[in-house]
Design a protein around this ligand. Structure first.
Ligand code: UDX
Ligand code: UDX
Length: 436
C-alpha cells in the first residue's frame, strides 16, 4: 500500500485515483475546483462514466479514497504524486502547460521528504525535464525527488476496464527507485509493463493517439473511395482488419474523430515536432481528412433534402462518442453549426450529453426523447452511435417524420431493415448498399 496524491480530478485523475484506491492504495484526489470536490465528497460524480460512481463510493467508505482542495497537506503526506491536470491546446496548436507548471511549483514548495512526481497528463516530450527544473527552482529545502512519466491510455466510456485491463503500462523513469515504486503500485494488474526513459514514454502517448487518429482518417479516406466506386467500407475494413498487422480496431468510418484527446494530441504532436525541427506533414493531412468528413456529412444531408433553409433536422447523438456525456470537440458541434448557419432548425437528442451540450449550443431544441426529436423532421441525422438508437421503433419514427430520410454518420443501422420500412437511407462509404 502506497500513499498517493492525484492532482487534477477530471476524467483522467478521478479514474486513475479511484482505480489506484481499488488496487489497495490510500489515495487523495486533489482539485482546485471547490464545487467539484464538494460534489465528490457527497458521493456524487461530476462526469458520466459507467461504474465510476459505485467504485468511488466503495473506496470512500473503506477510507482508501478521499478528496481535497488543498494540495499542501496531500503533498506532505504522500510518497507518490500524480499530475493529472488539464493540458489544453492553445490557438497555435501548442500545449498549454500553465497548470502543470503551477502544480509543480506548489508541490515543490510543500515537499518535506522524498517524493516521486509522476506526470499522467498528456504532455509534449521534454515536459518532465521542465517539471524537474521547476521543482528544483522552487524547493524550500534540499529534498530528494524523482520524476516519472506514466501516460494513461483510458478511453471515456470504458475507462475503468481500460485501467484495470490495459494493453500495456508504460513507465518512463530515470532511477531504479522510481521504477520499483511505479511497478509496485500496478503489481496486481496483469499487463505488460514497458520501462523506458522519460522522453520515450512522453512520445509513446502522443504517437499512439496520433496513430489511432491516422487509422481513422485513413479508413475515412478509403470510405470516400468506396462511396465513389460502389464498394462497401464495412466489408473493406473487415478485410483489412483481418490482417493481424493492421488489426480491426479503429477502422470504423464515420463523421470523424472528436473528444478531448485526438484533436488536441494531434495538434500537440505536430507542434512539438515542428519545434524540434521536423515537419510532420502526415499529421496535417490526418486533421484535414477529419475536418472534411463533417463537411461531407452535411453535404450528404443537403444532397438528399436539397435546400436546408427552413428544414427540420433531427440529430440523434451529441457526445463525441457513445457512453459518455463529454462534448469536448464533439463532431456534433460543427455539424449542427453548419446546419444552423444554412438556416435549418435542429431538434437534438442524446441519452446523457444534453446538459453539457446546452452549455455550448444553447439555441438548439433539446428533445425529450428520440421520438420527440424526429417530430416533423425532414431528415434524421445519426451523429453518435448510441446502442439504444438501434433499438428504436423505426416504424413509429417514419410516422412521426415529415419525410422519411435517414443519414447515418456512423453506419449504425441495418440498411436492409431500414430501407424495407420505406426510408431513404444514406450512410458512410457505401454501407447503405450492403447486400450481405
Ligand atoms: C486532462 C487533459 O485533457 C489530458 O490531456 C491529460 O492527459 C489529463 O488531463 P481530463 O482529465 O479529461 O484530461 O481533464 P479535465 O476533466 O479538464 O480535468 C482536469 C482537472 O484538473 C479539472 O478538474 C481541474 O479543475 C483540475 N485542475 C486544473 C487543478 O486541480 N489544478 C489546476 O491548477 C488546474
Ligand atoms: C482516446 C484514446 O483511445 C485513449 O487511449 C486515450 O487515452 C484518450 O483518447 P477517447 O478519446 O476516450 O480515447 O475515445 P476513443 O474511443 O479513442 O474515440 C475517439 C474518437 O474517435 C471518437 O470521436 C470516436 O467516435 C472516433 N472513432 C473511434 C472513429 O471515428 N472510428 C473508430 O474506429 C474509432
Amino acid at each position: 500500500m502506497r500513499k498517493i496524491a492525484i492532482v487534477g480530478s477530471g476524467y483522467v485523475g478521478l479514474v486513475t485515483g479511484t482505480c489506484l484506491a481499488e488496487l489497495g492504495h490510500k489515495v487523495v484526489c486533489v482539485d482546485n475546483n471547490k464545487s467539484k470536490i464538494e460534489l465528490l465528497k457527497k458521493g456524487q460524480v461530476p462526469i458520466y462514466e459507467p461504474g465510476l460512481e459505485a467504485l468511488i463510493r466503495k473506496n470512500t467508505r473503506s477510507k482508501r479514497l478521499s478528496f481535497s482542495t488543498d494540495l499542501a497537506g496531500p503533498t506532505k503526506a504522500s510518497e507518490i504524486i500524480f499530475i493529472a491536470v488539464n493540458t489544453p491546446p492553445k490557438p497555435d496548436g501548442s500545449v498549454d502547460l500553465y497548470y502543470v507548471e503551477a502544480v509543480a511549483r506548489e508541490i515543490a514548495q510543500n515537499m518535506t521528504s522524498y517524493k516521486l512526481i509522476v506526470d499522467k497528463s498528456t504532455v509534449p516530450v521534454e515536459t518532465a525535464e521542465r517539471v524537474e527544473l521547476t521543482i528544483k527552482r522552487n524547493l524550500k529545502k534540499n529534498v530528494p525527488f524523482d520524476i516519472a512519466s506514466n501516460p494513461e491510455f483510458l478511453r471515456e466510456g470504458s475507462a475503468l476496464d481500460d485501467t484495470f485491463h490495459p494493453d500495456r503500462i508504460v513507465i518512463g523513469v530515470n532511477s531504479p527507485k522510481a521504477e520499483k515504486m511505479l511497478k509496485e503500485i500496478y503489481s496486481t494488474i496483469k499487463a505488460p509493463v514497458l520501462v523506458t526513459d522519460i522522453k520515450s514514454a512522453e512520445i509513446i502517448k502522443h504517437a499512439s493517439n496520433s496513430f489511432l487518429a491516422l487509422k481513422i482518417s485513413f479508413i475515412n479516406a478509403v470510405a470516400n473511395i468506396c462511396e465513389k466506386s460502389g464498394a462497401n467500407i464495412v466489408k473493406v475494413a473487415e478485410g483489412m482488419g483481418l490482417d493481424k498487422r493492421i488489426g480491426k480496431a479503429f477502422l470504423n468510418a464515420g463523421i470523424g474523430f472528436g473528444g478531448s484527446c485526438f484533436p488536441k494530441d494531434l495538434s500537440g504532436f505536430l507542434w512539438i515536432s515542428k519545434k524540434l525541427g521536423y515537419d510532420f506533414k502526415l499529421l496535417e493531412v490526418v486533421k484535414e481528412i477529419n475536418e472534411s468528413q463533417k463537411h461531407s456529412f452535411v453535404k450528404k444531408i443537403e444532397d438528399n433534402i436539397w435546400i436546408l433553409k427552413d428544414k427540420t433536422i433531427a440529430v440523434l447523438g451529441l457526445s463525441f462518442k457513445p457512453d459518455t456525456d463529454d462534448m469536448r470537440s464533439a463532431p456534433s458541434i460543427d455539424i449542427i453549426k453548419m446546419l444552423v448557419e444554412q438556416g435549418a432548425k435542429v431538434r437534438a437528442y442524446d441519452p446523457v450529453a444534453m446538459k453539457r451540450a446546452k452549455e455550448t449550443m444553447p439555441s438548439v431544441y433539446y428533445a425529450r426523447d428520440a421520438y420527440d426529436a424526429v417530430k416533423n423532421a425532414d431528415c434524421l441525422a445519426v451523429v453518435t452511435e448510441w446502442d439504444a438508437f438501434k433499438r428504436l421503433d423505426y416504424k413509429m419514427i417514419k410516422k412521426l417524420m415529415k419525410s422519411p430520410t435517414i443519414i447515418d454518420g456512423r453506419n449504425l443501422l441495418d440498411p436492409k431493415t431500414i430501407k424495407s420500412l420505406g426510408f431513404v437511407y444514406r450512410a458512410i462509404g457505401g454501407w447503405e448498399n450492403s447486400i450481405f
